[in-house]
Design a protein around this ligand. Structure first.
Ligand SMILES: Cc1cc2nc3c(=O)[nH]c(=O)nc-3n(C[C@H](O)[C@H](O)[C@H](O)COP(=O)(O)O)c2cc1C
Ligand code: SF4
Length: 425
């Protein structure tokens, strides 16, 4: 049966949890005390490795392994917490920032301690004023209580956390664009390697992790990596926040252990099925940049590996549901409009290709497409895949190609209708 397991959201419904006093009453900052007094930085990293924690920002990279890439050097090291949360359908990080901000601050301090950073920046989506305010208030309280700054809790550990608002560009959620933006420049992604862990902010080692990833670190150190690894399933340990949106009776942000139920059980059972009562048509299980699954493909166990085998991804945890009132061509147009608008324009295949794709799809929608246009569309998208600096191009290509492959008859019908329209003119 699908049910929630609340770890990160355990106290989220209590308004006092936002304050330092309320957070401490529920065991807050015990993990930091424990780490600073009883654990070496290496032991903190080892605990995160034991937990099996994988990044919650989209790619699912193992967090402990990423931290191990930080070179042993005298250069300053940084943590950049990715709170840009711009992927359509994704609204989970704000639950942490607005309802339980201290767990993010505590996780940031623990992470900095683990890989030797003295500064953490939380790069928050500019359209999230409530998140920015909640974090700034929590940081002020923590600083006044010597949980931030010099000689934290009387130890030799010194660390500060700063909030940096973004300015509304989707691309600044891409980790290297985020760093360029933090440095005060236009948010252009950078070619990798070098990866940020080796050369990030101001050419210094920088770890970029998502808000939810860092929040998990707090619980891993508090309750142990072993405990975390037993939640969920192999390859998808712990709990994850999922944002269910679209045509369901019970949309919302929920916290689940992966591997315990199927996508169908989640949508038709836990979320009550479609709001309209109409048949389900499809689901994008990981945000708008991931391939769509058709209604007949939802009997897949809900974890990273199983959803990958089914041809999609859990991505950023945004589950977008639509019933059969949605046309595949229109959905593809929507996606292409968004990503072509957000392309930063550095790479030709993305800058030109995304606009080509958008305009071609608009022709399908306007029943102004010709024989061969579907092949041309697939050809253009193929040429965008894997030929660009960052993955924004794929964020357009994968869902658009999946809509064509899975609902091909609707695109073919648009071509046929176009021919009828031309003949009667
Ligand atoms: C175009 C684009 C947008 C992205 N937007 C976000 C975002 O808003 N938030 C986020 O955490 N990761 C985002 N990512 C993923 C980050 O680049 C990076 O993988 C992530 O922050 C790493 O953190 P994690 O290891 O904790 O998942 C985006 C990636 C791309 C290609
Ligand atoms: S893929 Fe697109 S968004 Fe990414 S760097 Fe190239 S042009 Fe910019």
């Amino acid at each position: 049966m699908t049910r929630e397991t609340r770890v990160m959201l355990e106290y989220a419904d209590d308004p006092a949890q936002k304050t330092l006093e309320g957070y401490r009453e529920n065991g807050g900052y015990q993990a930091l005390e424990k780490a600073l007094r009883e654990m070496s930085p290496d032991q903190v990293t080892a605990e995160v490795e034991t937990s099996g924690l994988r990044g919650r920002g989209g790619a699912g990279f193992p967090t402990g392994r990423k931290w191990r890439f930080v070179p042993k050097t005298d250069k300053p090291k940084y943590l950049a917490v990715n709170a840009d949360e711009s992927e359509p359908g994704t609204c989970k990080d704000r639950q942490i920032m607005e309802r339980d901000p201290h767990q993010l601050i505590e996780g940031s301090l623990l992470s900095c301690y683990a890989f030797g950073a003295k500064t953490a920046y939380i790069y928050v989506r500019g359209e999230y004023p409530h998140s920015i305010k909640a974090l700034e208030d929590a940081i002020d309280e923590a600083r006044a209580a010597n949980l931030l700054g010099d000689k934290i809790l009387g130890t030799d550990f010194c660390c500060d956390v700063w909030v940096h608002p973004g300015a509304g560009a989707y691309i600044c959620g891409e980790e290297t664009a985020l760093l360029t933006s933090l440095e005060g420049n236009r948010g252009y992604p950078r070619i990798r390697p070098p990866f940020p862990a080796v050369e990030g902010l101001w050419h210094c080692p920088t770890i970029v992790n998502n808000v939810e990833t860092i929040a998990c670190v707090t619980h891993i150190i508090k309750r142990g990596g072993e405990w975390f690894s037993k939640l969920g399933c192999e390859g998808s340990t712990g709990t994850r926040l999922f944002c269910v949106s679209g045509h369901v009776k019970r949309p919302g942000v929920y916290e689940f252990e992966c591997g315990k139920f199927t996508l169908r059980e989640l949508i038709e059972g836990f979320c009550g099925g479609t709001l309209s009562g109409r048949p389900l048509k499809g689901v994008m299980p990981g945000g708008s940049s991931m391939p769509v699954l058709r209604a007949d493909e939802l009997d897949v166990t809900f974890d990273i590996e199983s959803v990958q085998k089914a041809g999609s991804s859990l991505g950023s945890g945004a589950i977008m549901v639509f019933d059969d009132s949605v046309g595949a061509v229109g959905a593809a147009v929507n996606i292409a409009e968004f990503y072509s608008h957000e392309s930063c324009g550095q790479c030709t295949p993305c800058r030109e290709g995304s606009d080509w794709v958008r305009r071609m799809l608009l022709q399908f929608a306007a029943q102004d497409a010709r024989d061969g246009d579907l092949d041309l569309l697939m050809d253009v998208t193929d040429k965008m895949d894997g030929t660009t600096i960052c993955a924004l191009a794929e964020a357009l290509v994968w869902p658009v190609q999946s809509f064509v492959r899975k609902f091909r008859s609707e695109f073919e019908a648009a071509v046929r209708e176009s021919a009828v329209g031309t003949a009667t003119q």
